[in-house]
Design a protein around this ligand. Structure first.
Ligand code: HEM
Length: 529
């Protein structure tokens, strides 16, 4: 009141008569309007999400712990399914639980389809990444093209699906040979590097029409740095939120430096492949995904219209190659670890395969519908491990209201998929590994339940490799189990503890493989002859 009086006094000394009265009226009207807006139910709804106290400089960094998704679940119990934390000075909204995540990613899909403007994101795929690119009309065209091309070369139609299956089956057989060779004399081996090469080869064949030997050291080195990628871009990474850590030697700075190098190397590998393809490009023959993307961007009418320049060819291929090999190999590492942990399940699944497929041929995609126990085992592995616990960070593209909370444009959003797959209201004893939860009384697969496992995210940023990887994981698992039995190393403890990044990876473990019978081996040898 005193302030208003002063204002009135000083203004009346300069303004006289009706203008002063008008100004005062306008002022009180504005004041009243502000108070009304603050009191209105909509504004009450639009408050910022609650969250823990954030310390200056660090925010909630020290509370995150080694496994941020578990911290987020605990915070969600206290603050609700939408809450806010700070990492450094960066405000981050964390979404938990199926209802909230669906509301955001599906019903308000465009508003939650952005990516943060992080320095690390701008380095991916030569700066032309679709996966890490910001949401725009051009991005939509980019994604449409990448998705349609990937689908066309894997699951879109029967002949291409068959070709894809053949790639996977050939890689699975190579993998088995390597596993057996290295298990000779009951030796134990670390299977993860073999899984990485085998899965990368599947994507490499699709993208570039080429595969590499398990002995190829350069290819192994290229793939061997995947962990560093996930540690930089995963939720809870400090690289982008504490930029001052880049100024002096510390582990975060080393991770970021490795990240730059690995992105350059991966992109250079892809650029060399694209250059070779350009030299031999024939519009009449589409040999692989590289040809299809070169055709679309450089030779088709759509590329220029969509604003996709030549650089987007290598950008798209680096995205597909990068995203495609690490995730599926991690899934297989978890599959094998769980088979070792539950040997009786291994025998049951082998019995199901023998009953349905027999011993005279290898399992194929069409067997999927007749192998409910194997399918249930795979879905439970995806749910239980939730090995991509939090998606790639999202960002809001506009001011939004979610569950009554106001979230401004350009806010970073973490989507906690783990919270969906371990929700006690949805899953009975979610902490237990129980493939039977996906089977009904007649031992048929419960499709609705399998669809509600959230590991490929939802909405406009949903993984474009979801169908392909489900088929690939199925084929690898089915062929490995059909052909081999796996024994854990008795000197190691089988732990579900993991290395954290964008994907959770099992701690290194070793295994010994034996061939189940030799009948099929001689059948292959006969085919080869
Ligand atoms: C089991 C295997 C896989 C899992 C669990 C997985 C999971 C995911 C997740 C959680 C995301 C982030 C979605 C988001 O930010 O909301 C993602 C994005 C993506 N994935 Fe996958 N993925 C897998 C395999 C693949 C494969 C095989 C490919 C390609 C061959 C692929 C290509 C991509 C691409 C390009 C994106 C970026 C999509 C976008 O930003 O619009 N993924 N994936």
């Amino acid at each position: 009141i005193a302030a208003m009086a002063t204002l009135e006094e000083s203004s009346s000394s300069r303004l006289e008569g009706p203008p002063a009265l008008l100004l005062s009226c306008a002022f009180f009207l504005c004041l009243e309007l502000c108070l009304w807006v603050r009191r209105s139910p909509r504004a009450q709804e639009g408050r910022r999400p609650p969250g823990p106290f954030a310390w200056p400089l660090l925010g909630n960094v020290l509370q995150l712990g080694r496994l941020p998704h578990l911290t987020f679940c605990r915070l969600a119990q206290k603050y609700g399914s939408v809450f806010q934390i700070r990492l450094g000075r960066q405000a981050i909204v964390v979404l938990n639980g199926e209802a909230t995540i669906r509301q955001a990613l599906v019903r308000q899909s465009a508003q939650f389809a952005g990516r943060p403007n992080f320095p690390s994101f701008r380095l991916v795929s030569g700066g032309k990444s679709m996966a890490f690119g910001r949401y725009s009309e051009q991005w939509r065209a980019h994604r449409r093209m990448a998705h349609a091309t990937l689908k066309a070369f894997s699951t879109a139609n029967a002949p291409n699906k068959r070709l894809f299956e053949q790639h996977v089956a050939a890689e699975a057989q190579e993998l088995i040979e390597e596993l057996l060779l290295r298990s000779a004399g009951s030796a134990y081996l670390d299977p993860s590097p073999l899984f990485t090469v085998a899965n990368a080869n599947v994507i490499c064949a699709l993208c570039f029409g080429k595969r590499y030997s398990h002995a190829d050291k350069e290819f192994q080195a290229l793939l061997g740095r995947n962990d560093k990628f996930g540690q930089t871009v995963g939720a809870g990474s400090l690289v982008d939120v504490l930029p001052w850590l880049q100024r002096f030697p510390n582990p975060v700075r080393s991770v970021f430096r490795d990240f730059k190098v690995l992105n350059q190397e991966l992109h250079a590998f892809v650029c060399a492949k694209v250059a070779q393809h350009r030299l031999t490009y024939d519009p009449q023959v589409t040999r692989d995904i590289s040809d299809a993307i070169i055709g679309h961007i450089e030779h088709g009418p759509a590329g220029a219209k969509e604003g996709l320049s030549r650089d987007y060819v290598a950008g798209t291929l680096t995205d597909i190659f990068g995203a495609g090999q690490d995730t599926t190999s991690t899934a297989l590492a978890w599959v094998l670890l769980l088979l070792l942990k539950y040997p009786q399940l291994q025998s049951q699944l082998q019995a199901e395969l023998d009953r349905v497929v027999g011993r005279a041929r290898l399992p194929i995609a069409d067997d999927r519908a007749s192998l409910p126990h194997l399918e249930a085992f795979i879905y439970e592995t995806l749910r239980y491990t939730s090995f991509v616990p939090v998606t790639i960070p999202h960002a809001t593209t506009d001011d939004v209201l979610l569950d009554g909370f106001r979230i401004p444009k350009d806010t970073v959003v973490f989507v906690n998929q783990w919270s969906v797959n371990h929700d006690q209201c949805k899953w009975k004893d979610p902490h237990l590994f129980d493939p039977g939860r996906f089977l009904d009384a007649e031992q048929k697969l419960d499709r609705d339940l399998t669809c509600s496992v959230m590991i490929f995210s939802l909405g406009k940023r949903r993984c474009i490799g979801d169908q392909l990887s489900k088929l690939q994981i199925f084929l690898f698992t089915a062929i490995l189990l059909h052909q081999c039995s796996f024994r854990p190393n008795p000197t190691e403890r089988l732990t579900m503890d993991c290395i954290h990044g964008l994907a959770l990876k099992p701690l290194p473990f070793t295994v010994s493989a034996t061939r189940r019978d030799t009948a099929l081996q001689s059948c292959w040898d006969g085919d080869a002859a």
